[in-house]
Design a protein around this ligand. Structure first.
Ligand code: PLP
Length: 448
């Protein structure tokens, strides 16, 4: 049996209908370098989706490798209750310099969903311990995505992931999210004043007193199809959260560390959340690690004599893993010393222009939206009415298969194709990716 056959025999892959693998088998990756992945036969693939949005600075980055290797010979892991280590402490010190103002305390976990669970429990317990015992509900945006554990699914709104589990989930309040491509107010991005915030206002008026926290993906609803909305929405949200004493949780798992052109999406709005979840790019996509970062005010509500029972009794075995912290320290060093964001912003314009030149005129590309290096193309049946394709046609998936053949990993979100490359992608690599993307779309779409 070869590796591909053994893969099918043993492995239940994430987020996959395994029957699809009969036709499109697993690609066995041997090694990676920069934005490229190489399979066993030496075929190269451009990792334009950053291996599920986590690879920030390219595969096999020499600095990150060196940091992990050095740490490996010192200490691989240690219990994080009552014990600590230099990489974790240094990392918090470094992150303190770049995170939104007011965020001061770091609670470690080992994946994005876990950091969301931590944020939800922390908010709930905070409100309880502050005497706000009516505040027990969570608010979230429609089409939101915060991970796939039960708590995180409950504050997500995507039927694709949540529908079957409805009976298992918490009862949460869903606010209609901004939908800028199909704006019901007929506004353009230029003249928008976040009129759609009226939905949030209504929900706060009705449920604000019983709401303990609201969680959002700031500026970019990733899994929903890279839906982008303006910073003014965050400003309004900050204000109303203060009025109703509702904790504002920023899920920056996908947007953190330069993905939107600034270090964090909240930086575009010049306001701070009360809790911020980071993961994915935190370790450059090397190690599973996440942090729930919060304020002194929230932290202090848990700080008391042990027998008062106010501690945050929440843990994960691999909290604060030293190898993860070392990778994250290397990422901070590179971001700091190599002007990664400045350079990425120049290439973000380049990429957006290239894609628009190549595809904006196409009759089945409804919109090319972008923030930072993230660019999304929505495939539509009719450009004027913005009518989408029937999801059962799986057009995005067909384009994906075609692009794979040509060496580009264009894994879609339904009918939305997107680029979310490592921040170090260069112009030549962009040209290549755009041209494969254009060819693949043209090869497939006329058949529908
Ligand atoms: C990926 C993601 C998560 C979940 O992170 P996992 O590590 O996959 O559990 C949560 N929120 C957002 C916005 C994400 O993009």
């Amino acid at each position: 049996m070869n590796l591909v056959e053994k893969d099918l025999k043993y492995i239940w892959h994430p987020c996959s209908q395994m029957k699809d693998y009969e036709k499109l088998k697993s690609i066995i990756i041997d090694h990676g370098k920069g934005i490229y992945l190489y399979d066993k036969d030496g075929k190269e693939y451009i990792d334009i989706v950053s291996s599920w949005w986590c690879n920030l600075l390219g595969h096999c980055n020499p600095t990150i490798n060196e940091y992990i290797k050095n740490q490996l010979d010192n200490l691989e892991h240690v219990i994080f209750a009552n014990f600590s280590h230099e990489p974790a402490i240094k990392l918090c010190e470094e992150l303190s310099k770049i995170i939104p103002e007011g965020l001061t305390k770091f609670n470690f976990s080992d994946n994005g969903s876990a950091s969301v669970e931590s944020a939800l429990k922390m908010s709930f317990q905070y409100q309880y311990q502050m005497g706000n015992k009516k505040k027990t509900k969570f608010m979230c945006l429609s089409e939101g995505y915060h991970g796939e554990t039960i708590g995180a699914l409950s504050v997500g709104s995507m039927d694709l992931y949540a529908k079957i589990y409805k009976l298992m989930l918490m009862d949460t309040i869903h606010v209609e999210a901004p939908d800028c491509y199909r704006c019901p107010y007929g506004k353009t991005r230029e003249c928008c004043n976040a009129e759609c915030f009226e939905h949030a206002e209504k929900s706060f008026n009705k449920y604000g007193e019983e709401t303990c926290a609201i969680i959002i993906e700031p500026l970019l609803q990733g899994s929903a199809g890279m839906r982008i909305y303006p910073p003014i929405y965050l400003k309004k949200l900050r204000k109303i959260c203060d009025e109703y004493k509702v904790i504002l949780i920023a899920d920056e798992i996908a947007t953190g560390f330069g993905r939107t052109g600034k270090m964090f999406a909240f930086d575009h709005a010049n306001v701070s959340p009360d809790i911020m979840c980071v993961s994915k790019g935190l370790t450059g996509g090397y190690m599973p690690m996440a942090i729930t970062i919060t304020t002194d005010e929230i932290y202090n509500a848990f700080y008391d004599d042990y027998n008062k029972g106010k501690a945050f009794m929440h843990s994960h075995t691999y909290s604060g893993n030293p190898l993860g912290c070392s990778a994250a320290l290397a990422v901070q060093k590179i971001l700091r010393e190599e002007a990664i964001l400045e350079k990425a912003n120049v290439r973000a314009d380049y990429l957006n222009n290239k894609l628009k030149d190549a595809l904006l005129e196409h009759q089945n590309i409804g919109e090319i939206r972008s923030i930072g290096l993230i660019n999304a193309m929505e495939l539509v049946k009719d450009k004027k009415t913005k009518e989408g394709y029937d999801s059962e046609l799986r057009i995005g998936y067909e384009v994906y298969k075609r692009a794979l053949n040509k060496g580009l990993i264009l894994r879609p979100l339904g009918n939305v194709l997107y680029f979310n490359p490592p921040l170090i992608i260069n112009e030549e690599e962009i040209d290549k990716a755009v041209s494969i993307c254009k060819e693949s779309i043209e090869d497939i779409i006329y058949q529908y």
